[in-house]
Design a protein. Structure first.
Length: 521
């Protein structure tokens, strides 16, 4: 009886390795092995068949156990496992700013002050804009291969307004309280995978275009917070809540995004004096929505992306209001002086965010030594004919250049032009309301790019710089931007940053100096 049972077990191991074997049967095999060993020690002759049978039994047993393990893993995978990681960082930050306003801008400030508007205290101001700490907590979780959850939140504690300096200090207790703590949602979304289709729902950042730098014409879905203190420019992007769909078709893909309430730019503080009234907070209605689509594909080494966006302009226009508070239609017969009086003295101006449409094109060609790139976009605004001085005209912009790599260094450099359509220089209101709106001139020539290089063993030292220069049609400089940081990796998870940025807008100079220590967990 025992011999027949042993034969059955060996059959299971040799012929049907996937068939389950009970624990009692395994004990029987172990006893058989012990008996064989004892008999051999007593001088009994062991045949080749006995050795082969024992080896086969052992091999079959190992195969049976391995099969059992594989089956368990497959069952667990098919059921959909949940895995997650929690990351974050903590970094003390100190940021010091100096603002020097041009004589032209200072004269405009004085005119606004005469109408009772708030203006800066001094033509040159300096002081701390951030002195505190920032913590980020991020969670990433997967439900097998079906879904992904990601959420990242920044917590800021800033005491800058409580620190007195020679020219800069908090004026009210309310301002001090407002600057101490804040919460910022970086991203928070769920991704659902359906084969070649991916759904992404929640608060998210969307990056379009193949270029990098200050000027990326077609990367236009997210607004920016230009007051956010950060050493890295991408951190100024404001995530928008909406639905994003990506459908892959072979090597190509179609992307569609819908944002019920489009966010708008938060401008540098000094420009807010020029555009009093209005709010960045948007109401949940159709006119404040944004939707976009993009087709991405490849033709041999050429990558192509065609995009279209219809939605809220993130940059405001300044319009006049009637006595009931509604937006006035511009009357070309109105005198400029009367309109300026209504706008300033009677405080009947307001920031308004109109809708605009745009179509974009991106190209890049993958070559061995460098990657040529093109990015172009055409905007159509509410004022297509250019008659209304209070609303931006339609305009276009393109950049052409490439990405170059040499060892551990990478250089992106592009040149192009922005052209305002139906530009009317003779209307003085254009210069007043569109100051710093990007439309003070008909043509603006642009050079933009970035430079990145690593040093030391394990790339412990990193230098990054972004730059942009702007010239008018006569090649006179009108604006320049530089932002650079030096990052040193002390050890795994511990880095130190030094950052500096400088902006010159027609003689108005803004400089920021920042130091931070980042501890990642």
């Amino acid at each position: 009886m025992q011999i027949s049972k042993i034969a059955w077990i060996v059959f299971c191991c040799l012929i049907v390795p996937g068939l389950p074997v009970h624990a009692d049967d395994l004990d029987l095999l172990r006893q058989l092995g012990e008996t064989t060993e004892e008999t051999s020690l007593e001088g009994l002759e062991e045949t080749e068949d006995d050795v082969d049978l024992a080896g086969a039994a052992e091999s079959g047993l190992d195969g049976s156990l391995a099969s059992l393990t594989d089956e368990a893993d497959q069952d667990e995978s098919s059921a959909g496992t949940i895995s997650y990681t929690v990351n974050g960082y903590l970094k003390p930050i100190i940021n010091w700013n100096r603002s020097a306003y041009s004589d032209e801008l200072w004269v405009q400030y004085q005119q606004l002050a005469g109408y009772g508007h708030s203006i800066p205290d001094e033509q040159t101001e300096s002081g701390y804009t951030y002195a505190g700490a920032r913590a980020q907590v991020s969670l990433e979780a997967y439900l097998g291969d079906r879904a992904r959850l990601f959420s990242a939140i920044n917590l800021d504690y800033n005491m800058a307004e409580q620190i007195s300096s020679e020219d800069h200090e908090a004026t009210t207790e309310e301002n001090q309280d407002a600057q101490t703590a804040s919460v910022r949602i970086v991203e928070s979304f769920v991704e659902l995978y359906e084969g070649s289709r991916t759904w992404k729902v929640g608060t998210q950042l969307v990056t379009w275009s193949f270029m990098e730098g200050y000027e990326v014409p077609t990367d236009r879905l997210n607004a920016r917070d230009n007051t956010y203190v950060t050493s890295e420019y991408e951190d100024t992007k404001l995530a928008s809540s909406g639905i994003f769909l990506k459908q892959e078709i072979g090597e190509s893909a179609i992307e569609v995004a819908f944002i019920p309430v489009g966010k708008v730019n938060i401008n540098p503080t000094f420009t807010e004096y020029l555009f009093p009234g209005g709010s960045e907070t948007r109401e949940a209605k159709a006119e404040n929505s944004k939707w976009a689509t993009r087709l991405v594909g490849s033709l041999s080494k050429l990558d192509v992306a065609i995009s279209y966006v219809d939605g809220t302009d993130p940059q405001s226009d300044t319009v006049l209001l009637d006595s009931s508070g509604d937006e006035m239609e511009y009357d070309p017969s109105s005198s400029s002086s009367q309109l300026l009086t209504d706008m300033n003295e009677h405080n009947r101006a307001k920031r308004v965010y109109h809708r605009l449409k745009s179509v974009g094109l991106d190209l890049q060609l993958g070559l061995s030594s460098w990657i040529p790139k093109l990015s172009a976009v055409q905007y159509v605004t509410k004022d297509e004919d250019g008659d209304d001085p209070f609303i931006k005209n339609s305009w276009s912009q393109y950049l052409l250049g490439g990405e170059f790599k040499l060892g551990s260094a990478t250089l992106n450099i592009y040149a192009g032009r922005q052209t305002v359509e139906n530009y009317r220089e003779e209307n003085p209101l254009d210069l007043k309301t569109n100051y710093l709106n990007g439309q003070r001139r008909e043509i603006t020539n642009i050079v933009s790019g970035s430079f990145d290089i690593d040093f030391l063993t394990g790339n412990a030292l990193k230098f990054n710089m972004m730059f942009a220069g702007y010239w008018d049609e006569e090649s006179e400089p009108v604006e320049s931007k530089v932002k650079a940081y030096l990052k040193y990796k002390i050890t795994n998870g511990l880095e130190i940053y030094f950052a500096v940025s400088h902006i010159d807008v027609e003689g108005t100079r803004l400089a920021d100096y920042q130091a931070e220590i980042k501890y990642s967990i």
